[in-house]
Design a binder for this molecule. Structure first.
Ligand SMILES: Nc1ncnc2c1ncn2[C@@H]1O[C@H](COP(=O)(O)OP(=O)(O)OP(=O)(O)O)[C@@H](O)[C@H]1O
Length: 293
């Protein structure tokens, strides 16, 4: 399956073929315990995890052998919430460009606005001021239906708390996003099974979330995020609820997905995780304080 078969109601500049072709070339399993080693540290917040780094050369996405075009552009974005008659600023004048195939980490203190920024990038929320472009398209100019379709097909979300539906099986959870949006000509049940096999859960597909471990639940969530073959994965503290070994396994999946051409933006508090990113963005007091390229 690839995006060439996609039933896009929204048309984009054709920047996806490079990523999709790269993704199609590598069908190896995402879950592979032999490929990682990890060690517990005295600091329970952190872990040592030895994985191949995603970057092929240089320290940013553009340093990889095939630098990609911009996929996400955040331009002069402000976000505030209204509490009573008070306007509370959360993000002020944020500018950020993310390139195709980049692995970007977002770090910063609690309450600094990391999730707010990610929600804006994923169109779960709209900016108070400024623009967000995805593949050159300004979402403000799209209808709600077009935004929902763009989000459903181009962006996969992974959360710290997995956000699986308890009464559905793993297979049904993976298939769920396709009820709202799916690519034309894709056998979604078959793809959901293949994805569960790819994340090492072929034997757990009829289990419900309550019968799965935290790591297994996050693997189901990763399979769910991949069901519509999105070019972009947004992950908000995906290892935050997992032990060191399981966190290392999940991080390994992200590095392999990035190697296969997917753009990844991951919020993390852990510098050990951030070191696997091509670039680290530090959000503090609602602004980007450093953008390590
Ligand atoms: N819907 C909302 N209404 C009002 N304030 C909000 C809303 N959502 C977030 N905030 C506030 O915005 C600020 C930034 O929140 P955000 O979740 O983006 O921070 P964060 O950096 O992701 O924090 P953490 O690391 O603890 O998850 C916080 O002060 C939060 O209380």
């Amino acid at each position: 399956m690839n995006s060439k078969t996609a039933d896009h109601e929204v048309s984009f500049p054709d920047v996806s073929s490079l990523e999709t072709d790269a993704r199609d070339e590598n069908k190896e399993k995402l879950f592979s315990e032999e490929k990682l080693s990890y060690s517990e540290t005295s600091d329970t917040e952190s872990f040592k995890c030895e994985l191949p780094h995603s970057g092929q050369s240089g320290s940013n996405g553009r340093g990889k052998s095939q630098p990609g075009p911009p996929v996400i552009e955040v331009i002069n974005v402000k976000k505030s919430y209204t509490l009573g008659d008070m306007e509370v600023p959360i993000l002020s004048d944020v500018n950020l460009t993310v390139y195709a195939g980049e692995f970007l980490a977002i770090m910063g203190p609690s309450g600094s606005g990391k999730s707010t920024l990610m929600n804006l990038i994923g169109f779960l929320d709209r900016p108070t001021e400024g623009k967000i472009l995805i593949k050159g398209r300004d979402i403000v100019k799209l209808s709600d239906k077009e935004v929902a379709r763009l989000r459903g097909l181009e962006i996969g979300f992974i959360f710290q708390t997995f956000n699986l539906i308890p009464r559905l099986t793993a297979l049904e959870n993976v298939e769920l996003p396709t009820y709202a949006n799916s690519r034309e000509g894709v056998d979604t049940r078959k793809r959901a099974k293949e994805l569960l096999d790819m994340v090492g859960l072929a034997d757990r597909m009829h289990h419900k979330p309550g019968e799965l471990s935290g790591g297994q639940s996050q693997r189901v969530a990763i399979a769910r995020a991949l069901i519509n073959d999105p070019a972009i994965l947004l992950a908000d503290e995906p290892t935050g609820n997992l032990d060191s070994k399981t966190g290392c396994e999940i991080l390994g999946m992200f590095t392999r997905l990035n190697k296969d051409g997917r753009t990844i933006i991951m919020i993390t508090h852990d510098p050990e995780i951030a070191k696997y990113a091509d670039r680290v963005v530090l959000v503090k007091d609602g602004i980007i304080q450093s953008n390590t390229e």
